[in-house]
Design a protein around this ligand. Structure first.
Ligand code: PMP
Length: 360
C-alpha cells in the first residue's frame, strides 16, 4: 500500500495509526459484533466511546471543570450564527477582529444576530499581519470579542492574545486546535470544525464556559442552542457517531505522541523547515510577516504564475497532493497539520528544490 502525502486544508490527512485502528475495528468493535457506525448512540458501547473522547480531550487541552465540551454538527460555519445567538441578545454589542476570509464570514453572519462592530482589521494590507491589540477599538459593553487564531486560507496566525478583562474572548480555532498547548481559561469559548486536526468532517467541537450557557436568544434553533446540547450530553438528536469515535482515536493518538507540548515541538520544526526553505529561495515566496506565520497552513507563490499547473502536476505525480491554494487566492498552500509526518514536509521541500533548479 502506498499512501500519498496529502496537504489538503480540510478534510485533511489523518494519522495512519488511527486509520489502521478504525480499519481493524470496522466490522466488529471490541467483540460486540458490529461497527461503531451501526451502534445506537444511546447504547452503553457508544456512550463509553463518547465519554472517553471527552475525557481524553479535557486531559490533552487541560480544559477546566467549569467548561462544557459539546460535540455538535454543522461545521464551524454553523457556529458563526450559534455564537451570537447564544452569547448575545439581538441588540447587544459584539466585537470582531477581521484577519482574513474566515473572520469575514463570521462577521457577515454575526451581523444578522447582534450589534456587531469590526474593532480591528488587516484587510487593507492583504491580511499579512494581526492588528496589534493596543489598536483594537473594543467596546466596554461588548458581550464578547471574536478572533480567528489561525486563518486557514491566508496562513496567518496570532502570536499572542490580549488580556481583555472580563469580556469573554471567543475563538474560531478550526485550523490550529490541538497543534499546541493553550490556556483555555483565557477564553470564554473555543470552537472548531473537526476536519483538520480533530477527525472527519461532520463534527464540530465547542468548548464553552458553563456560566455563559442558558441565555440564548428566544429564536435560537434547538440544534444551535448550547444549553440544549449540554443538557443532553450532546445527544439532543443523533450525533455524528462515527466522526466522534474517530476524533476519540485521534485524541488517543495525540496522547501517545506525548500530548500538545510534544506535538508543538514537531509542528514548530516542520514549519521552520518549510518557511526556512521558502525564505532562502528567490523562486518561492510567502507574504506573511514572520511573527504571524501559521504553523498549520503555509501559502506560497512561484516566481512565475504560469508554472503553477506544471508544479502541481509534478507534485501529484510524486504523491504530494492538494498543494493548490484556496480558489479565492490562487498560488500554493501546504497544510501541515498534526498528522502530516515530518517526512512529508521533507519530501515537499525536496520536490520544490528540484523544481526550482529546473525552472528557476
Ligand atoms: N473557520 C475556519 C478558520 C476554517 O478554516 C473553516 C473551514 N476551512 C471554517 C471556519 C468553516 O468550517 P466548516 O466547513 O466546518 O463550516
Amino acid at each position: 500500500m502506498t499512501r500519498a502525502y496529502n496537504f489538503c486544508a480540510g478534510p485533511a490527512t489523518l494519522p495512519v495509526e488511527v486509520l489502521e485502528q478504525a480499519r481493524d475495528e470496522m466490522l466488529d468493535w471490541q467483540g460486540r459484533g458490529l461497527s461503531v457506525m451501526e451502534m445506537s448512540h444511546r447504547s452503553e458501547a457508544f456512550v463509553s466511546i463518547a465519554e472517553q473522547a471527552e475525557q481524553d480531550l479535557r486531559e490533552l487541552m487541560g480544559i477546566p471543570d467549569d467548561y462544557a465540551v459539546l460535540f455538535m454538527q454543522g461545521g464551524a460555519s454553523s457556529q458563526f450564527s450559534a455564537v451570537p445567538l447564544n452569547l448575545a441578545g439581538p441588540n447587544d454589542a459584539v466585537d470582531y477582529v477581521n484577519t482574513g476570509v474566515w473572520s469575514k464570514k463570521a462577521i457577515a453572519e454575526g451581523k444578522r444576530f447582534a450589534d456587531l462592530s469590526v474593532v480591528a482589521s488587516s484587510e487593507e494590507d492583504g491580511y499579512t499581519h494581526v492588528p496589534d491589540p493596543s489598536t483594537w477599538q473594543l467596546r466596554s459593553n461588548a458581550r464578547y470579542v471574536h478572533v480567528t487564531p489561525n486563518e486557514t486560507i491566508g496562513g496567518l496566525a496570532y502570536s499572542r492574545f490580549p488580556d481583555i478583562g472580563s469580556v469573554p474572548l471567543v475563538a474560531d480555532w478550526s485550523s490550529a486546535i490541538l497543534s499546541e498547548p493553550v490556556d483555555v481559561s483565557r477564553f470564554g469559548m473555543i470552537y472548531a470544525g473537526a476536519q483538520k486536526n480533530i477527525g472527519p468532517a461532520g463534527l464540530t467541537l465547542v468548548i464553552v464556559r458553563r456560566e455563559l450557557l442558558g441565555n440564548a436568544q428566544a429564536s435560537t434553533p434547538a440544534m444551535l442552542d448550547y444549553q440544549v446540547a449540554h443538557k443532553a450530553d450532546s445527544m439532543y438528536n443523533t450525533p455524528p457517531t462515527y466522526s466522534w469515535y474517530l476524533a476519540g482515536l485521534v485524541f488517543q493518538w495525540l496522547k501517545r505522541q506525548g500530548g500538545l507540548d510534544a506535538i508543538k515541538a514537531i509542528n514548530d520544526r516542520k514549519a521552520q523547515k518549510l518557511y526556512g526553505f521558502i525564505d532562502q529561495s528567490d523562486f518561492y515566496a510567502n507574504p506573511i510577516q514572520p511573527e504571524f506565520r501559521s504553523r498549520m497552513n503555509v501559502p506560497f507563490t512561484l516566481a512565475d504564475d504560469r508554472l503553477n499547473d506544471e508544479f502541481l502536476k509534478g507534485a501529484t505525480a510524486r504523491g504530494l497532493l492538494n498543494l493548490n491554494g484556496h480558489r479565492s487566492v490562487g498560488g500554493m498552500r501546504a497544510s501541515i497539520y498534526n498528522a502530516m509526518p515530518e517526512a512529508g514536509v521533507d519530501a515537499l521541500i525536496e520536490y520544490m528544490a528540484g523544481f526550482e533548479k529546473e525552472k528557476g
